[in-house]
Write a protein that binds this ligand. Structure first.
Ligand SMILES: [Fe+2]
Length: 474
């Protein structure tokens, strides 16, 4: 592809391999003094080693910290110190398998794999950040989550779910309630299982569902009484994963005629309350779930199929005329007495991905109204995510923040200390400014989606995925 045909936002997919520490970033506008804490973001920091990575979900994890105090902002970035990073640095080669990129292997090594099925899956946990049991974790989909120091960003150690990771994957989107954290684990083998684990204290299996062909699952749902696993028909024969002849995601196949199955699991007993089939669709992100008597509502950012995964290959993203499929907020309402789908509805026509709610106060609450996320502006449709959206799921209306040439990442909501309305707070996002060749921390007023301030870095940051705001040090 010639240089001039590449889209301007390509800087968001190019390695910026330096680790930085910068005090007192220049601030335009005013950051409210009550906002004290650290926005920490996760995502790929290095996407070229001996060869370029192939997909937006590949790369070696880098943490970015924006420390906000008394209206000032300082910045620090560090790679997650893990085996995949260390060996890449020492050998100059990709040595661990990633989402859609494998190390270069000879035919002999591929044959060897058949006799030595233990895959070297990356331990570079680059998808999300969460605070679990008083500790900060970088979370990825392999079953190794990396604890880090939220002040220095130094890696502390690796958390396993009781046993060695083996042939299991998890999600980077655990749920929390009443001091316990839960996550979904997919276990591959002669029999495959979806398992829910409690992660605080002694790691404990709370539910287990055997399946023939497991699906690629990026998140799961939880309401007051239920876990919800939406099993999209992007499925794998697990022997293909155990042999690892292809990169992880390329072993999965879309089987649309299977439909999507919702497994609704009683949180108290771990037993299946209902299995309900719907038309096929795909989603990365459950957004919220709540109950109303015998009805259960499950909200997701949904796509008609899993084509979005293909669209995130870097050679696709760098084509100027491509259009990303829209993710849309959809609600599935289940009648748990009749064990059937009562209603499926689109909550908004606005494109949304990387959805975020005020989880602490409004997760599991039927009264919740607002979802924040990245979207694509209709006037600049042939681009990567170029606006922040706020969707009112009760009215279907949305507000947005968009400026040509700016590409925002996930918006993280931080409520006012004395807020009364759900959306009284700030939305924090890291934005790539392609005209300046710099990224900046953006502070929006969440109620209006109007800008309050921005703090520029002297360099660009790769497009990441998820992050969290730590109000104070742990
Ligand atoms: Fe995610």
């Amino acid at each position: 592809m010639s240089q001039e045909k590449q889209p301007y936002y390509k800087a968001g997919f190019r390695t910026n391999s330096e680790e930085h520490q910068i005090n007192d970033l220049p601030v335009r506008g005013e950051i409210p003094r009550w906002l004290q804490g650290r926005l920490i973001r996760n995502g790929p920091g290095m996407v070229e080693v001996d060869k370029p990575m192939r997909h937006w979900f590949d790369g070696l994890a880098m943490l970015h910290q924006f420390h906000i105090s008394d209206g000032k902002v300082s910045y620090r970035s560090r790679y997650i110190d893990c085996e995949a990073y260390r060996t890449a640095k020492e050998s100059g080669k990709i040595t661990y398998s990633d989402f859609a990129t494998d190390p270069c292997r000879s035919l002999f090594q591929k044959v060897q794999t058949v006799f030595d099925p233990a895959p070297k899956i990356t331990d570079s946990a680059k998808v999300n950040i969460d605070q679990i049991d008083g500790k900060a974790f970088a979370l990825g989909e392999p079953l190794m989550q990396v604890e880090f120091d939220p002040e220095t960003l130094e890696s502390v150690g690796v958390f396993h779910y009781g046993k060695k990771p083996g042939n299991r994957m998890t999600t980077a989107h655990p749920h929390q309630d009443n001091g316990q954290a839960y996550n979904l684990v997919v276990q591959y083998g002669p029999v495959n299982y979806y398992k829910i684990y409690g992660m605080v204290g002694e790691v404990k299996e709370v539910a287990s569902i055997p399946v023939m062909e497991p699906a690629y699952l990026h998140s799961f749902g939880m309401s007051e009484r239920y876990f919800i696993i939406a099993e999209f028909p992007l499925v794998v024969q697990s022997v293909k994963l155990l042999l690892r002849l292809r990169p992880f995601i390329e072993n999965f196949q879309w089987k649309g005629n299977r439909g999507t199955r919702f497994f609704i699991i009683d949180r108290q007993t771990g037993k299946l309350k209902a299995t309900i089939k719907t038309e096929a669709f795909f989603s990365f992100h459950h957004v919220n779930a709540f109950e109303n008597g015998h009805e259960l509502s499950v909200d997701l950012a949904a796509y008609p199929d899993a084509g979005i995964i293909h669209e995130y290959y870097l050679n696709r993203l760098e084509q100027k005329d491509k259009e990303l499929p829209f993710g849309r907020m959809e609600r599935f309402v289940f009648d748990l007495d009749k064990k059937q789908l009562k209603e499926r509805k689109i909550l908004s026509e606005a494109c949304i991905e990387l959805p975020h709610i005020d989880y602490e106060q409004y997760h599991g609450q039927s009264a919740y109204r607002y979802v924040y996320g990245c979207g694509i502006h209709p006037d600049n449709r042939q681009e990567f995510y170029n606006q922040l959206v706020k969707i009112d799921v009760q009215t279907g209306q949305h507000l947005y923040w968009h400026e040509p040439g700016l590409y925002p990442g996930e918006g993280v909501f931080v409520p006012y200390p004395d807020r009364k309305a759900e959306d009284e707070g700030l939305l924090l996002s890291v934005v790539l400014d392609v005209n300046k060749g710099q990224s900046f921390l953006l502070v929006l007023e969440a109620q209006t989606m109007k800008e309050k301030a921005r703090a520029y870095l002297p360099h660009t940051i790769l497009f990441g995925y998820h992050g969290a705001f730590f109000k104070q040090l742990l």
